[in-house]
Design a protein around this ligand. Structure first.
Ligand code: PHE
Ligand code: CO
Length: 296
């Protein structure tokens, strides 16, 4: 058995006691997963399979089938990579956990998606504050099979390398884009509003909340609006942004962001729960559809 990768402990910094990870790429220690690890995978997998019917976007559901993931056991990265590499050229790599921004961007820019090798414990089934294997793998991998989304992720990585060189403000703006699309995005499909964000699809509570709760705002995709919008990492989102298609996302993010970053330094950020005059708000239930807040 190969040596088990290990999380580096904690480090006292100005942000408090934070977990520190190695940035190394690690081999998935598949044969050392315990029975409990496979059982928690099974529980999470089966629960989300049910919750996501009629909630996740069609691409997520269709693509997931192509990987033949099952509740039987934690998937092997090598098996998933055979499907993924052939389809879109992406490759999963094992990591210890969150990576420094630049390292993360460089992986994406080279079509490598970092997946945390370890899975949460049973007491964390409903909530875990950091990404684990279930989030990274179940949540992110299916859409990497979609050609447009696969290109978007790479473009984001390249954009990240660039923003990193520009400075901290640019990085804040770009990170919000990732948050409100890749992690918490909604998409309007022919049969209704659906989820594509990985942070949502890997959470039972948020999968229901984001679509069914009257509380959050659901606002039409607007690049600069998103880049100005703050977010919370410790509660359900107060606002979700809705795209019409992955092509829309790709097209809107094609322009060089350098000028946009410069312009945004002149503007206030927007609190997570606010609705603005020009927002298009998506209403569910009777009279489902868009309203322009400026019109009411
Ligand atoms: N167009 C962006 C830039 O110039 C790069 C990017 C593409 C960022 C796609 C995010 C998503 O920085
Ligand atoms: Co994620």
């Amino acid at each position: 058995m190969s040596a088990q990768p290990r999380r580096v402990e904690h480090l006292q910094t100005d942000k408090g006691n934070v977990p520190v990870y190695t940035t190394a790429v690690v081999e998935q220690p598949w044969s050392s997963y315990s029975r409990e690890d496979h059982t928690i995978w099974a529980a999470l997998f089966e629960r989300q399979q049910k919750v996501l019917v009629g909630r996740a976007c069609r691409e997520f559901i269709d693509n997931q089938k192509q990987f033949h993931m099952s509740p039987q056991s934690i998937p092997k990265f090598d098996d998933l990579n055979r499907v993924l590499k052939k389809a879109t050229g992406w490759e999963l790599i094992g990591v210890e956990g969150l990576l420094p921004e630049l390292t993360f961007f460089e992986h994406l820019a080279n079509r490598r998606f970092p997946v945390t090798w370890w899975i949460r414990k049973p007491e964390q089934i409903d909530y875990i504050s950091e990404p684990d294997l279930f989030h990274d793998l179940f949540g992110h991998v299916p859409l990497l099979l979609n050609p447009v989304f696969a290109d978007y992720m790479q473009a984001y990585g390249r954009g990240g390398v660039k923003a990193h060189a520009i400075g901290a403000d640019a990085l804040v703006n770009l990170t919000r884009l990732y948050w409100y699309t890749v992690e918490f995005g909604l998409i309007k499909q022919d049969d209704g509003l659906r989820i594509y964000g990985s942070g949502i699809v890997s959470s039972k509570g948020e999968s229901i909340h984001c679509l069914e709760s009257p509380a959050p705002n659901r606002i039409g995709f607007d690049l600069q609006r998103i880049m100005r919008t703050r977010y919370r990492i410790d509660t359900y989102q107060k606002t979700y942004f809705v795209i019409d298609s992955f092509e829309q996302l790709m097209n809107a993010t094609q322009p060089d962001f350098t000028a946009i970053y410069a312009e945004l330094t002149q503007q206030e950020s927007i609190p997570a729960g606010n609705v603005l005059q020009n927002d298009f708000v998506y209403n569910r239930g009777s009279g489902e559809g868009w309203t322009n807040v400026g019109d009411v």
